[in-house]
Structures are given as C-alpha cells and as structure tokens.
Ligand binder design. Structure first.
Ligand code: ADP
Ligand code: ADP
Length: 216
C-alpha cells in the first residue's frame, strides 16, 4: 500500500524545507501545491493565470482547481510508493477529496506531522526567505544563507523574493490559515495520526523529530 505523509502547519514554519529532506530520506515523492502553482504561473498556463489572482492577494486558490491539480500530480508514476504532501490539503473540502483520491490509489495517510511556531517566528522566516527560480529551493538570509548571495547552491539559478512574501500579504496568509486550515488539525487529531512538532528549533533538529515521528 502506498504511504502518504501530510505536512500541516502555518506559512513559513518550514514545511517545504522539511518535506524535501523527508522525501529524500524516505524515497518518496515531494508534492508541494505552492510549487506546482508557481510552476504554472512561470509557464503562463491557464491554471497559473487563474491561480495567480488568488495567490498574489494571499487568498487560497479555489478548491476545485487545487484538487484537480493535485489529482493530476498523484497520477504520475513517481507517486506509486507514496508521497510527502506539503501545503495540501488546506481546507476540509480538500481533506475529503484527498481521502477519496487515496482510496482510488490504494494509498493511505500514515502520519500527519503538525509543525508549529509563534507568529513572530513565521514573519521573520518569511521575511528572509529567498527562493530559487528554477526548482523552488529555499534559503534564508540569516538562518540558511546560500554560499553565494543571490544564487542557488544546487542549480546555480537566481534567487528571488516571492511576491506574496511581502509583509501585508503574509498577515493575510496567516489569517487565512487560521480561518480555513486550522480546522484540519482537529480533523486529523481525531484520526490518531497527528503528531505535533516544535518548528522553532534549527532545521536539523526539526528533521530529527520529524523522522522519528513518522517512523513510529
Ligand atoms: P513553508 O514551506 O512552511 O512556507 P519554508 O520551508 O519555505 O516554509 O521555510 C520558510 C523560511 O524559513 C525559509 O527561508 C527557510 O530557509 C527558513 N527555515 C525553514 N526551517 C527553518 C528552521 N527550522 N529554522 C530557521 N529557519 C528555517
Ligand atoms: P506557504 O509558504 O504559505 O506555506 P505555499 O507555497 O504553500 O506557501 O502556497 C503559496 C500560495 O499558493 C498560498 O498562499 C495559496 O494562495 C496557494 N496555495 C497553495 N496550496 C494551496 C491549497 N492547498 N489550496 C489553495 N491554495 C493553495
């Protein structure tokens, strides 16, 4: 049976950073809804143009569009053994749709790590985030700087600051998270799969906690 790990947590807590590490360690695919949207925006697809209107305002992209995009991604061969889901689901409707999709794939959610940090930590992390143009690798100007300023260590591409990472939009994204995504915490707690992870620690320590949480 294919194994899926759902990473829950507010914007900027480190989901993307941890998802990459965990995907490599567990030999699972990494599915980031935010990265998929940004790829579509870069390629000027119809989906990208539509999603951009919501993303730039810090709102969620409508459920039907998001669910369709994830379904298509889950159908690719690299998800056969399972995947780390980073940024999806973000609403109860998406969580229900995921259950249905996994049933079709003979897959199941094995764990839901819920990474947390206080709002001031999130704002500090997002404010210093630099993202690579080519593959979305992330850096932080203080906590995880690239070897050469403005250049990705892994693929040499340019680093940029996301349009939706400016302060006004971040406040909106945190509000949207509290209103629309927080209900998923109780939903997954009831399934017995939720594991709380302290996201304020340095990257390596969060990874360690995460690895032992998903291995149980
Ligand atoms: P998310 O995917 O949850 O929005 P990211 O993984 O993109 O979060 O991390 C947000 C920012 O914080 C990035 O600049 C990243 O380098 C940095 N970061 C991630 N985890 C940590 C950590 N444990 N300690 C300090 N900075 C971190
Ligand atoms: P974060 O760093 O806030 O975790 P992401 O890269 O996951 O950011 O998402 C960036 C934006 O993409 C979100 O603010 C939202 O507009 C859109 N988005 C990402 N995932 C979803 C989703 N599952 N449902 C709706 N919108 C999403």
């Amino acid at each position: 049976m294919a194994t899926f790990i759902v990473l829950l947590g507010p914007p900027g807590v480190g989901k993307g950073t941890q998802a990459r590490i965990l995907a490599e360690a567990k030999k699972l695919a990494h599915i980031s809804s935010g990265d998929l949207f940004r790829e579509n925006i870069k390629n000027k697809t119809e989906l990208g143009n539509h999603a951009r209107e919501f993303i730039d305002k810090g709102e969620l992209v409508p459920d039907d569009v998001t669910i369709g995009m994830i379904r298509e991604r889950l159908n690719r061969p690299d998800c056969k053994a399972g995947a780390i889901l980073d940024g999806f689901p973000r609403t109860p409707v998406q969580a229900m749709a995921l259950e249905k999709m996994l049933a079709d794939f003979n897959g199941q959610i094995s764990a839901v790590p819920y990474i947390t940090a206080p709002e001031e930590v999130l704002v500090g992390r997002i404010g210093g985030r630099w993202t690579c143009r080519l593959h979305g690798h992330v850096y932080h100007q203080m906590f995880n700087p690239p070897m050469k300023a403005g250049v990705c260590d892994i693929d040499d591409s340019e680093l940029y600051q996301r349009e939706d990472d400016k302060v006004e939009t971040v406040t909106m994204r945190i509000r949207v998270y509290l209103e629309q995504t927080i209900p998923l915490v109780e939903y997954y707690r009831k399934t017995g799969k939720l594991v709380e992870i302290d996201g304020t620690k340095p990257v390596e320590l969060v990874s360690k906690d995460l690895c032992s949480a998903v291995s149980k």
